[in-house]
Design a protein around this ligand. Structure first.
Ligand code: SAM
Length: 200
């Protein structure tokens, strides 16, 4: 990764290790809604072929300018762009799927892009609705205070959408239907993780 971007911290970056650890043998990776491209750059340290796609042209142009890593950058909508299906043995989407007009359709698309035997990792944002969610938000608030003081909070340049259309419970229900056998994790820093292995 470009040295000046290394060491930055925010709630998305905090969870990149989940994506990086999910498919350590991946050779072809797609980062969806790549934004500033930091996860794509981390992936490129170990993965032969990395593609970063983002529908926001300006963000993508900046990512391309700031990154020295060998990454194929695509300005386009992942739901429409003619990407090769069943091709990527790792597909990642961090803080992106709540931007999709329809979550189930979007997850189906990401599943189709994933190669048989490959892994899809979604780190996403949603709304709290049950006691367990609110309890985790308190843990997250403490974690945020400690980590942002220690590491500094880096505000990314990508478009944000803070109006989350679903609760965590709803996302889990939709993902269970679309991605059978997926692993679900609630994460304290206002995120969840879905890890899904596509059958061979
Ligand atoms: C909140 S940012 C997250 C950026 C990055 N993944 C990160 O870890 O910081 C969400 C990004 O998803 C992109 N995005 C939203 N819908 C998209 C779509 N349908 N296809 C491609 N990119 C999309 C937005 O342009 C934005 O850059």
């Amino acid at each position: 990764m470009d040295k000046k971007l290394d060491g930055r911290w925010n709630h998305n970056i905090h969870y990149y290790d989940i994506a990086l650890a999910a498919a350590p043998m991946a050779r072809k990776a797609l980062d969806v809604g790549t934004g500033d491209g930091l996860l794509a750059a981390r992936l490129a340290e170990n993965v032969d072929e990395v593609t970063g796609i983002d529908s926001d042209n300006e963000t993508l142009t900046n990512a391309q300018k700031n990154m020295s890593a060998d990454i194929a950058w695509i300005a386009g909508d992942v739901l429409m762009y003619p990407l090769p299906e069943a091709h990527y043995d790792l597909v990642t989407a961090v803080a992106t799927v709540h931007h999709f007009p329809d979550l189930a359709t979007g997850l189906e698309r990401l599943a189709r892009l994933t190669a048989p035997g490959g892994t899809l990792v979604v780190i996403g944002c949603a709304r709290s609705s049950i006691a367990q969610d609110y309890a985790l938000e308190l843990v997250g608030a403490v974690q945020h205070q400690v980590l942002s003081r220690r590491r500094g909070y880096w505000q990314h340049n990508a478009p944000v959408q803070m109006d989350f259309p679903h609760t965590y419970t709803q996302v889990k229900g939709i993902a269970t239907g679309v991605l059978p056998g997926m692993i679900w994790r609630r994460l304290p820093l206002w995120r969840y993780a879905i890890i899904w292995g596509k059958p061979e």
